[in-house]
Design a protein around this ligand. Sequence first.
Ligand SMILES: *[C@@H]1O[C@H](CO)[C@@H](O)[C@H](O)[C@H]1NC(C)=O
Ligand SMILES: *[C@@H]1O[C@H](CO)[C@@H](O)[C@H](O)[C@H]1NC(C)=O
Ligand SMILES: *[C@@H]1O[C@H](CO)[C@@H](O)[C@H](O)[C@H]1NC(C)=O
Ligand SMILES: *[C@@H]1O[C@H](CO)[C@@H](O)[C@H](O)[C@H]1NC(C)=O
Length: 868
Amino acid sequence: MDQAAFRLILLGIFLISATSDVVKKKQNVKIYSFHINSTVTSRYATTVITSRVGNMLAESQEIHFEVKIPKNAFISKFRMIIDGKTYDGVVKEKGEAKQQYTQAVSRRESAGLVRSVGRTLEDFKTSVTIAALSKVTFELTYEELLKRRLGKYELLINAHPMQPVANFKIDVHIHEQPGISFLDVKGDLSTNDLASAISTTRANKDAWVTFHPTQEQQTTCKGCGENGLNGDLLVTYDVERRNPKGEITVSKGYFVHYFAPTDIPRIPKNVVFIIDRSGSMHGRKIEQTRLALLRILSDLQEDDYFGLITFDSEINVWKRELLKATKANLEDAKSFVLKITERGATDINAAVLKGVNMIKQHPREGTASILILLTDGDPTAGETDTEKIMSNVREATVSKFPLYCLGFGYDVNFEFLTQMSLENNGLARRIYEDSDADLQLQGFYDEVAIPLLSDIQLNYIGVTNLTKTNFSIYFNGSEMVVSGQIMDNNVESFTAEVIAISKGNKVTYQETVMKKDLSDVPPENEKFMERLWAYLTVKQLLERQVLLKGQEKEEEKNYTLQLSIYYEFVTPLTSMVVTKPQEQEVEIADKPKERGESSSPGLALLYDVHRRGLHGQRLTAEPDFDADPWPESSFIMPTYISRISKVLSVAQPTLSVPVVHSNRFFLQAVNQSSPICYDVPLSHKLRLLEDTASEFSMNGESKTSRHGFRQIVFHYKTKHHLIINTKSINYHNGQDNVEFLWGKEPTQHETEGVSLVVRENEMDVTMGNIGVIILLHKKNGNMFLWPAIFEYPKNVNLTGILGKANISYEELHGSDTPTLKIMDKEVKTSWEDVTDYRFQSVSAKGCWLVPFQTVMQGEISDFTVTQL
Ligand SMILES: *[C@@H]1O[C@H](CO)[C@@H](O)[C@H](O)[C@H]1NC(C)=O
Ligand SMILES: *[C@@H]1O[C@H](CO)[C@@H](O)[C@H](O)[C@H]1NC(C)=O
Ligand SMILES: *[C@@H]1O[C@H](CO)[C@@H](O)[C@H](O)[C@H]1NC(C)=O
Ligand SMILES: *[C@@H]1O[C@H](CO)[C@@H](O)[C@H](O)[C@H]1NC(C)=O
């Protein structure tokens, strides 16, 4: 029978017996435990949700896991544990997922889509079929950098397990180096009848919040019932700010600088409100706007100057110029506001240009000027070409003052507003059409009400890969955050300097920071700083996308994608794929862009989760929101990898060293997103790379029972010989011998087509047009070498174990064991992990494991050498 028809019939029956069905369904599934564990270190929050669920039926059934997570967070891990076996999600480029999905649509497969956009949360939903009377553990991890707004940070945790749970708990641990100044627990779970379940413990630098309601409490609390809890816990706090130069924390080669001085006087401001009164603002929207404006006017200080513009297809001004916020002027302005009514079309261009003009005609030393545009629609009158409007506005403001755009409701072109505001140093915010829209408007104004500094520039010496360092205005209650990587760990300190304008005067803050680990970060969380840096970098790169065009846009997109994959963030560019047991299905969690939304502050994104069949055909479908065409393959561009390699080169390796019998290498596929991997037995002297034309060869000898190589030797043009082992590096150029040691200052050596750069634990070798990076990994006293080739020269016939740049394969369907077709041969495969040792910071990847012989088209003996 046609599936849609079948569903309709089922739905009819459910309508009749809806209540009894719900009750029955609940008894079929039992949640044994539901834990949410959130760890915040230096504002970086990592939250793990773990749910253990049992199938109470004597037959297999589908078990669902559904949670809500903050919109600003990136999912970074998802796993299911079934029968002691762990099924881990893998983050991949999204283009491939999209292609699969399009195929699913064309086959009209069943759709069980998930999407939900609230103001602050988004939905993650997945399911798995579990055998009779068996259990599954779901574990989801997400990460976010808490942003300071109106003087506080907010950690939002949603709890909705769908039934009362015997073992339910939320545990929050906050660790802040400068100390926690206040802590508050709010949210709709923080009610009187649940008060006994919440406990707060504070020490100087730490705070713990626990929420352990009994099963009884979960059914009897306000708003709870037989479905248990459903609500939020909101932990708000701020940190001590004793040092006006801000707080700098260093950990494992990365640093973060939080700068939010409070002891400075406010700067008088010049503000122009540009208010849309087109026909679509009719009714509640215009009422709420009037209400918000009246309150905002009351909050202006007497030394502020202000202007009011209303627009539809015509522009009206309260006064032709900015006026001082005196009592009389404010009264007059309020009566103007009360008379604002909606009428015609929307001429955004003329209105904004008018506002810019008013501010420009009113230059005042030592003040901060801002423009606030409120609109609920697309430009429909005057200039309607958004590109043209943006270039007009850019030309008019010449980056002198920020433009904030508030998009009211969902009919606005939010992408346009975001781009226009970012081009003019501001930001765009969505105002949700709701009963509290006036409070949202006022809340936004409060955030920009008290400018303290302008033209802020944060400079650092001795660091690299910085996130954004220029800010146009710093407002009281907010915070500027810069993270970066420390260039040279051997130097003991680095310098931070902040230059800004305060009331027309230049102010400078200078700080010398010791580079040794300043934080007493708990060891299980020691990589948090690098992840914080990656999170902020990816967020800002995504945000910048709307400002870029052409080649630069593509390049940054690629770089952002590679970072997202490396750090396993589910961003709008990536998907998470899980291979499921039994049916071997695969699931995807995406974070797609909402249409008309952009990845700006206040970004509203959503997750959707799809099921896919073996080798990736999706069983569920979802409309395509992202009109932007995406590359189909996730082939990794060599240049970006080397960029990342540089980025990551100071990170410490974190590898485990069990006894191993082979080295596993992987190969990117040109036509697929999953790499191939193959094992090479240990204790062999191997030809790793060779180019007979340029008389180049690289040979390596494996360690005996461990990963990697103990020695790697290069030969070039008969007279150049380079011998690298885990202690030292010897180079002979036919005449002279040069010795380098690992772990020293970077040194460089160049002769006749040979270039050697030795860093602390990484070496670049270039001979002719072949470049190889040799990494020195150490862990638990075990050291080994690992060769990495990021760029394969064109028109060179490279041979050897690492001679292939990539491979192409097909996934074959219909067989019980996964099967690939490689070079016209069918090979059985299995999905395995491979550790990527090509970077200092190692990571595990999923790959299709195939025999060495398939990839290399030969036996291992074809690749062995008698002498290195
Ligand atoms: C929460 O997670 C942290 C970090 O992984 C861990 O150290 C801690 O024991 C966990 N707390 C609970 C209550 O599970
Ligand atoms: C900035 O905010 C803090 C409280 O967060 C307050 O104590 C201070 O007075 C404010 N500064 C100005 C200039 O209003
Ligand atoms: C930051 O501002 C300074 C001074 O205005 C300028 O020279 C520099 O180019 C800016 N940097 C960026 C990344 O915009
Ligand atoms: C970005 O990557 C895609 C494929 O991954 C490639 O086609 C494109 O050329 C790359 N863009 C740039 C600017 O390198």
